[in-house]
Ligand binder design. Sequence first.
Ligand SMILES: Cc1ncc(COP(=O)(O)O)c(C=O)c1O
Length: 388
Amino acid sequence: MDLDKIIERKNTDCLKFDAVVRRGYPECILPLWVADMDFPAAPPILAALQKRIAHGVFGYSEPDPNRFFPVLERWFRERHNWQIQKDWLIQTPGVVFALAMAVKAFTNPGDAVLIQQPVYYPFSEVILDNGRRRVSSDLILKDGRYDIDFTDLERKIVENKVKLFLLCSPHNPVGRVWTRKELETVAAICHKNNVIVVADEIHEDFVWTERPHIPYASLGEAFAQQAVICTAPSKTFNLAGLQVSNIFIPDYGLRRRFHHEINAAGYSQLNTLGLIACEAAYQYGAPWLEEVKQYLCGNINFTKAFLQQHIPQIRLVEPEGTYLLWLDCRGLGLANTELEDLIIKKAGLWLDSGAIFGASGKGFQRINIACPRSVLQEALERMQKAIG
Ligand SMILES: Cc1ncc(COP(=O)(O)O)c(C=O)c1O
């Protein structure tokens, strides 16, 4: 694959490029915000889609679990050392949709739901838009690395009678891949206090450390029984527009309540092409993924070296996972609005402002590096020039 090749995404109804003006940004802005990649999907996925399209009939779809499930089972067993079971699976059109369904299924209006800011902003939206109370046990940045303050986490759970915790693992935007010890400590606290954990593991296939991603439900039977695990091929294989997510809920009672909420929302069969792509991805997509990961590692190293050499005031928070880099721009000495002006107006870049991930994200910017290296270089040079 030639991942250096720039594929024109404009005029494809693409959110990243085509929504620029509609969202109030100048036409010439370079977007590196939303979490998708500028790379084409794996050839076996494209072939499976083309074959299905050639058939020409697109009625309601429901894949045969005897064929579909073993493909998923193998992926999670071989890649993540996690044994899933067929009856745990509920499919949704997206992970954020699943988070919203979990909030509705497992809490009542007014209940407190815990998150760890700075965190992917729809976590807040699904809580607040459903009339629940958001409680954050903010991650602590120390010596360039984010940690969990377990004492604060438990105190917030107890004081607010928290029933549900939305855990981001690996964490977007701070790039942490939680250790087994950290997850076990979180799990013990949640188990003791009867908190259901919804683990958003959508970034699980992008890990840069020797240490693997640990699926939350693989920590132990008791923890799995109080958990909802959200996965999807959408980030791993760049299929976000095809809208298929695989949600695993080991406990029958929780599964029933979750399923009821989906039914109440009026949602049933999934997108035909999404299902086809999902199956082909997990069955044949591994070589593509390895190549893409290698390229992304190169982009991370490129960014690190560029910042060190040309913009030392901006510090990269060392990413353990995800292709979203968290830039600590506080060294520029700017107020948050001044930083946003600098990035948007002076540098001509559309990144995600750290502030939207929570108050503790002020002074930071999130940049998506899943693009051809020359585009990344252009973005970093624009930043350098703007800073002067
Ligand atoms: C942590 C996390 N969860 C969920 C999503 C989006 O998932 P979906 O498109 O399936 O709703 C993203 C996309 O950036 C993400 O970073």
